[in-house]
Ligand binder design. Structure first.
Ligand SMILES: Nc1ncnc2c1ncn2[C@@H]1O[C@H](COP(=O)(O)OP(=O)(O)O)[C@@H](O)[C@H]1O
Ligand SMILES: [Mg+2]
Length: 271
Protein backbone atom coordinates (compact mmCIF):
# COMPACT_ATOMS: atom_id res chain seq x y z
CA UNK A 1 0.00 0.00 0.00
CA UNK A 2 1.23 3.52 -0.71
CA UNK A 3 2.20 5.93 2.03
CA UNK A 4 -0.79 7.61 3.67
CA UNK A 5 -1.47 11.20 2.67
CA UNK A 6 -2.67 11.94 6.18
CA UNK A 7 -1.87 9.93 9.25
CA UNK A 8 -2.55 10.26 12.96
CA UNK A 9 -0.50 8.28 15.45
CA UNK A 10 -1.46 7.87 19.08
CA UNK A 11 -3.52 11.03 19.35
CA UNK A 12 -4.68 11.85 22.88
CA UNK A 13 -7.20 14.57 23.72
CA UNK A 14 -8.78 15.24 27.09
CA UNK A 15 -11.55 17.67 27.95
CA UNK A 16 -11.35 17.95 31.73
CA UNK A 17 -12.06 14.43 32.95
CA UNK A 18 -13.31 13.20 29.58
CA UNK A 19 -10.76 11.31 27.49
CA UNK A 20 -12.17 12.00 24.03
CA UNK A 21 -9.18 10.38 22.26
CA UNK A 22 -7.01 7.78 23.96
CA UNK A 23 -4.22 7.12 21.49
CA UNK A 24 -6.20 7.21 18.27
CA UNK A 25 -4.60 6.19 14.98
CA UNK A 26 -5.95 7.13 11.60
CA UNK A 27 -4.91 6.94 7.96
CA UNK A 28 -6.21 8.31 4.70
CA UNK A 29 -4.62 7.80 1.28
CA UNK A 30 -4.76 10.07 -1.76
CA UNK A 31 -7.73 9.28 -3.96
CA UNK A 32 -9.46 7.25 -1.28
CA UNK A 33 -12.82 7.71 0.42
CA UNK A 34 -12.41 6.71 4.06
CA UNK A 35 -15.44 6.49 6.30
CA UNK A 36 -14.86 7.25 9.95
CA UNK A 37 -17.51 5.52 12.02
CA UNK A 38 -18.21 4.96 15.69
CA UNK A 39 -20.92 5.28 18.28
CA UNK A 40 -21.92 8.68 19.65
CA UNK A 41 -19.09 9.99 21.79
CA UNK A 42 -16.48 7.67 20.23
CA UNK A 43 -14.32 10.69 19.40
CA UNK A 44 -14.98 11.14 15.67
CA UNK A 45 -15.56 14.90 15.72
CA UNK A 46 -12.66 15.41 18.11
CA UNK A 47 -10.34 13.48 15.79
CA UNK A 48 -11.51 15.56 12.84
CA UNK A 49 -10.98 18.73 14.87
CA UNK A 50 -7.44 17.64 15.73
CA UNK A 51 -6.66 16.70 12.12
CA UNK A 52 -8.06 19.98 10.79
CA UNK A 53 -6.24 22.22 13.26
CA UNK A 54 -9.21 23.29 15.39
CA UNK A 55 -8.16 21.41 18.50
CA UNK A 56 -4.56 20.91 19.66
CA UNK A 57 -3.89 17.31 20.73
CA UNK A 58 -2.43 16.59 24.19
CA UNK A 59 -0.17 13.93 22.68
CA UNK A 60 0.41 12.10 19.43
CA UNK A 61 1.60 12.90 15.94
CA UNK A 62 0.03 14.10 12.71
CA UNK A 63 1.78 13.40 9.43
CA UNK A 64 0.86 14.97 6.12
CA UNK A 65 2.62 13.48 3.09
CA UNK A 66 4.87 11.63 5.53
CA UNK A 67 6.03 14.81 7.25
CA UNK A 68 5.22 15.74 10.84
CA UNK A 69 2.91 18.73 11.00
CA UNK A 70 1.62 20.81 13.87
CA UNK A 71 -1.39 22.96 13.06
CA UNK A 72 -1.71 26.12 15.09
CA UNK A 73 -5.21 26.72 13.74
CA UNK A 74 -7.60 25.72 10.97
CA UNK A 75 -6.05 28.26 8.58
CA UNK A 76 -2.79 26.37 8.93
CA UNK A 77 -4.47 23.16 7.82
CA UNK A 78 -6.32 24.97 5.01
CA UNK A 79 -3.08 26.41 3.69
CA UNK A 80 -1.84 22.83 3.35
CA UNK A 81 -4.98 21.85 1.45
CA UNK A 82 -7.00 20.32 4.30
CA UNK A 83 -10.65 21.45 4.26
CA UNK A 84 -13.44 20.53 6.63
CA UNK A 85 -17.21 20.55 6.68
CA UNK A 86 -17.90 20.73 10.41
CA UNK A 87 -20.89 19.12 12.04
CA UNK A 88 -22.20 22.60 12.94
CA UNK A 89 -21.35 23.78 9.37
CA UNK A 90 -19.58 26.96 10.62
CA UNK A 91 -21.33 29.36 8.26
CA UNK A 92 -21.81 33.11 8.71
CA UNK A 93 -25.61 33.11 9.03
CA UNK A 94 -26.17 36.76 8.09
CA UNK A 95 -24.13 36.56 4.87
CA UNK A 96 -25.29 35.11 1.56
CA UNK A 97 -24.17 31.77 0.13
CA UNK A 98 -21.58 33.07 -2.41
CA UNK A 99 -20.00 35.25 0.29
CA UNK A 100 -19.83 32.25 2.61
CA UNK A 101 -18.19 30.18 -0.10
CA UNK A 102 -15.34 32.68 -0.44
CA UNK A 103 -15.22 33.95 3.15
CA UNK A 104 -11.61 34.80 4.01
CA UNK A 105 -10.48 33.82 0.49
CA UNK A 106 -12.22 36.46 -1.59
CA UNK A 107 -11.30 36.87 -5.25
CA UNK A 108 -10.00 40.30 -6.23
CA UNK A 109 -10.56 42.18 -9.47
CA UNK A 110 -7.74 42.27 -12.01
CA UNK A 111 -5.18 45.06 -12.25
CA UNK A 112 -5.20 48.23 -10.17
CA UNK A 113 -8.67 47.64 -8.70
CA UNK A 114 -7.53 44.29 -7.35
CA UNK A 115 -4.41 45.84 -5.90
CA UNK A 116 -6.68 48.34 -4.18
CA UNK A 117 -8.60 45.41 -2.68
CA UNK A 118 -11.71 45.62 -4.86
CA UNK A 119 -13.54 42.27 -4.84
CA UNK A 120 -14.55 40.41 -8.00
CA UNK A 121 -18.15 39.82 -6.94
CA UNK A 122 -19.32 38.79 -10.41
CA UNK A 123 -16.90 35.88 -10.69
CA UNK A 124 -17.47 34.81 -7.10
CA UNK A 125 -21.23 34.76 -7.62
CA UNK A 126 -20.96 32.88 -10.93
CA UNK A 127 -18.55 30.27 -9.52
CA UNK A 128 -20.67 29.86 -6.39
CA UNK A 129 -23.86 29.27 -8.38
CA UNK A 130 -21.99 26.71 -10.50
CA UNK A 131 -20.60 24.94 -7.42
CA UNK A 132 -24.06 24.76 -5.83
CA UNK A 133 -25.62 23.48 -9.05
CA UNK A 134 -23.07 20.64 -9.07
CA UNK A 135 -24.44 19.60 -5.69
CA UNK A 136 -27.97 19.76 -7.01
CA UNK A 137 -28.82 22.99 -5.23
CA UNK A 138 -30.53 25.88 -6.99
CA UNK A 139 -30.56 29.04 -4.93
CA UNK A 140 -33.68 31.06 -5.73
CA UNK A 141 -32.00 34.21 -4.48
CA UNK A 142 -28.20 33.94 -4.22
CA UNK A 143 -28.09 37.17 -2.20
CA UNK A 144 -30.34 35.83 0.59
CA UNK A 145 -28.65 35.38 3.98
CA UNK A 146 -27.70 31.77 4.70
CA UNK A 147 -29.96 31.88 7.79
CA UNK A 148 -33.02 31.93 5.47
CA UNK A 149 -32.01 28.74 3.57
CA UNK A 150 -33.22 25.23 4.39
CA UNK A 151 -31.02 22.91 6.46
CA UNK A 152 -30.16 20.92 3.35
CA UNK A 153 -29.19 24.02 1.39
CA UNK A 154 -27.02 25.27 4.24
CA UNK A 155 -25.30 21.91 4.38
CA UNK A 156 -24.67 22.08 0.63
CA UNK A 157 -23.11 25.53 1.00
CA UNK A 158 -20.66 24.13 3.55
CA UNK A 159 -19.85 21.13 1.34
CA UNK A 160 -19.39 23.32 -1.75
CA UNK A 161 -16.96 25.56 0.15
CA UNK A 162 -14.80 22.65 1.25
CA UNK A 163 -14.86 21.02 -2.18
CA UNK A 164 -13.89 24.28 -3.88
CA UNK A 165 -10.71 24.72 -1.85
CA UNK A 166 -9.52 21.26 -0.80
CA UNK A 167 -6.47 20.04 -2.65
CA UNK A 168 -5.26 17.31 -0.32
CA UNK A 169 -7.79 16.20 2.27
CA UNK A 170 -11.45 16.93 2.90
CA UNK A 171 -13.29 16.01 6.09
CA UNK A 172 -17.05 15.78 5.98
CA UNK A 173 -18.61 15.42 9.44
CA UNK A 174 -22.09 14.00 8.79
CA UNK A 175 -22.55 15.91 5.51
CA UNK A 176 -25.78 14.20 4.51
CA UNK A 177 -27.56 14.30 7.87
CA UNK A 178 -29.98 17.10 6.93
CA UNK A 179 -30.41 16.14 3.29
CA UNK A 180 -33.27 14.68 1.29
CA UNK A 181 -32.74 11.64 -0.93
CA UNK A 182 -31.79 13.52 -4.12
CA UNK A 183 -29.35 15.93 -2.48
CA UNK A 184 -27.85 13.08 -0.48
CA UNK A 185 -27.12 11.18 -3.68
CA UNK A 186 -25.56 14.33 -5.19
CA UNK A 187 -23.29 14.84 -2.20
CA UNK A 188 -22.16 11.19 -2.35
CA UNK A 189 -21.49 11.57 -6.12
CA UNK A 190 -19.45 14.65 -5.33
CA UNK A 191 -17.52 12.73 -2.68
CA UNK A 192 -16.50 10.13 -5.28
CA UNK A 193 -15.59 12.78 -7.85
CA UNK A 194 -13.45 14.66 -5.34
CA UNK A 195 -11.59 11.45 -4.48
CA UNK A 196 -10.99 10.83 -8.20
CA UNK A 197 -9.09 14.14 -8.27
CA UNK A 198 -6.56 12.44 -5.95
CA UNK A 199 -7.87 14.00 -2.76
CA UNK A 200 -8.35 11.96 0.40
CA UNK A 201 -11.99 12.22 1.44
CA UNK A 202 -12.89 11.41 5.02
CA UNK A 203 -16.59 10.88 5.57
CA UNK A 204 -18.19 10.66 8.98
CA UNK A 205 -21.57 9.03 8.80
CA UNK A 206 -23.99 7.00 10.90
CA UNK A 207 -25.62 5.60 7.80
CA UNK A 208 -23.97 2.20 7.35
CA UNK A 209 -25.46 1.37 3.92
CA UNK A 210 -24.27 4.82 2.75
CA UNK A 211 -20.82 4.14 4.22
CA UNK A 212 -20.51 0.77 2.49
CA UNK A 213 -21.71 2.14 -0.84
CA UNK A 214 -19.41 5.17 -1.05
CA UNK A 215 -16.28 4.35 0.99
CA UNK A 216 -13.22 2.39 -0.09
CA UNK A 217 -12.22 1.78 3.49
CA UNK A 218 -13.80 2.20 6.90
CA UNK A 219 -11.95 3.16 10.08
CA UNK A 220 -13.83 2.38 13.27
CA UNK A 221 -13.36 4.41 16.45
CA UNK A 222 -14.46 3.11 19.81
CA UNK A 223 -13.88 4.90 23.11
CA UNK A 224 -11.29 7.19 21.57
CA UNK A 225 -9.27 4.49 19.80
CA UNK A 226 -9.20 2.96 16.33
CA UNK A 227 -10.41 -0.59 16.72
CA UNK A 228 -10.70 -1.62 13.08
CA UNK A 229 -9.78 -0.59 9.56
CA UNK A 230 -11.78 -2.51 7.01
CA UNK A 231 -12.06 -2.59 3.23
CA UNK A 232 -15.63 -1.64 2.46
CA UNK A 233 -15.87 -4.33 -0.21
CA UNK A 234 -14.89 -7.05 2.29
CA UNK A 235 -17.06 -6.06 5.22
CA UNK A 236 -20.68 -6.09 6.30
CA UNK A 237 -22.93 -3.88 8.36
CA UNK A 238 -22.87 -6.55 11.09
CA UNK A 239 -19.08 -6.47 11.23
CA UNK A 240 -19.03 -2.67 11.40
CA UNK A 241 -21.61 -2.58 14.16
CA UNK A 242 -19.68 -5.30 16.00
CA UNK A 243 -16.51 -3.21 15.89
CA UNK A 244 -18.36 -0.05 16.92
CA UNK A 245 -19.99 -1.66 19.92
CA UNK A 246 -17.08 -3.85 20.97
CA UNK A 247 -18.85 -7.16 20.43
CA UNK A 248 -16.10 -8.13 17.97
CA UNK A 249 -13.57 -10.13 20.01
CA UNK A 250 -9.90 -9.12 20.19
CA UNK A 251 -8.66 -11.62 17.64
CA UNK A 252 -11.32 -10.61 15.12
CA UNK A 253 -10.54 -6.97 15.80
CA UNK A 254 -6.81 -7.50 15.18
CA UNK A 255 -7.60 -9.26 11.91
CA UNK A 256 -9.84 -6.35 11.01
CA UNK A 257 -7.00 -3.84 10.82
CA UNK A 258 -5.86 -3.62 7.21
CA UNK A 259 -2.91 -1.35 6.65
CA UNK A 260 -0.14 -3.29 4.99
CA UNK A 261 3.06 -4.87 6.13
CA UNK A 262 4.02 -2.12 8.51
CA UNK A 263 1.27 -3.03 10.96
CA UNK A 264 1.89 -6.74 10.53
CA UNK A 265 5.60 -6.26 11.29
CA UNK A 266 4.75 -4.20 14.34
CA UNK A 267 2.55 -6.99 15.61
CA UNK A 268 5.24 -9.63 14.92
CA UNK A 269 7.76 -7.64 16.92
CA UNK A 270 5.31 -7.15 19.76
CA UNK A 271 4.93 -10.92 20.17
N1 LIG B 1 -15.34 20.74 23.73
C1 LIG B 1 -15.61 19.68 24.53
N2 LIG B 1 -15.67 19.82 25.87
C2 LIG B 1 -15.93 18.76 26.66
N3 LIG B 1 -16.13 17.51 26.22
C3 LIG B 1 -16.08 17.31 24.89
C4 LIG B 1 -15.82 18.38 23.98
N4 LIG B 1 -15.84 17.88 22.72
C5 LIG B 1 -16.09 16.57 22.84
N5 LIG B 1 -16.23 16.22 24.15
C6 LIG B 1 -16.49 14.87 24.67
O1 LIG B 1 -15.57 14.00 24.06
C7 LIG B 1 -16.17 12.76 23.71
C8 LIG B 1 -16.05 12.53 22.23
O2 LIG B 1 -16.90 13.44 21.57
P1 LIG B 1 -16.98 13.59 19.99
O3 LIG B 1 -15.62 13.70 19.44
O4 LIG B 1 -17.93 14.69 19.71
O5 LIG B 1 -17.62 12.18 19.58
P2 LIG B 1 -18.43 11.76 18.26
O6 LIG B 1 -18.23 12.82 17.22
O7 LIG B 1 -17.84 10.43 17.89
O8 LIG B 1 -19.85 11.62 18.68
C9 LIG B 1 -17.61 12.85 24.21
O9 LIG B 1 -17.65 12.26 25.50
C10 LIG B 1 -17.86 14.33 24.27
O10 LIG B 1 -18.83 14.64 25.24
MG1 LIG C 1 -19.59 14.07 16.13
Amino acid sequence: MTEPLLEARGVVKRFGHVQALQGADFRAHAGEVVALVGDNGAGKSTLVNVLSGVVAPDAGEILLDGRLVRFSGPQDAQRLGVETVYQDLSLAQDLDAPTNLYLGRELLRGGLLGRLGVLDRTTMRREAVRAFAELGVTLKDPSAPVATLSGGQRQSVAVARAVAFAHRVIFLDEPTAALGVVQRARVLDTVRRVAERGIAVVLISHNMPEVLSVADRVEVLRLGRRVASLRAADTTIEELVGAMTGSLDREQAAAAVVGGEEDARGEEEAR
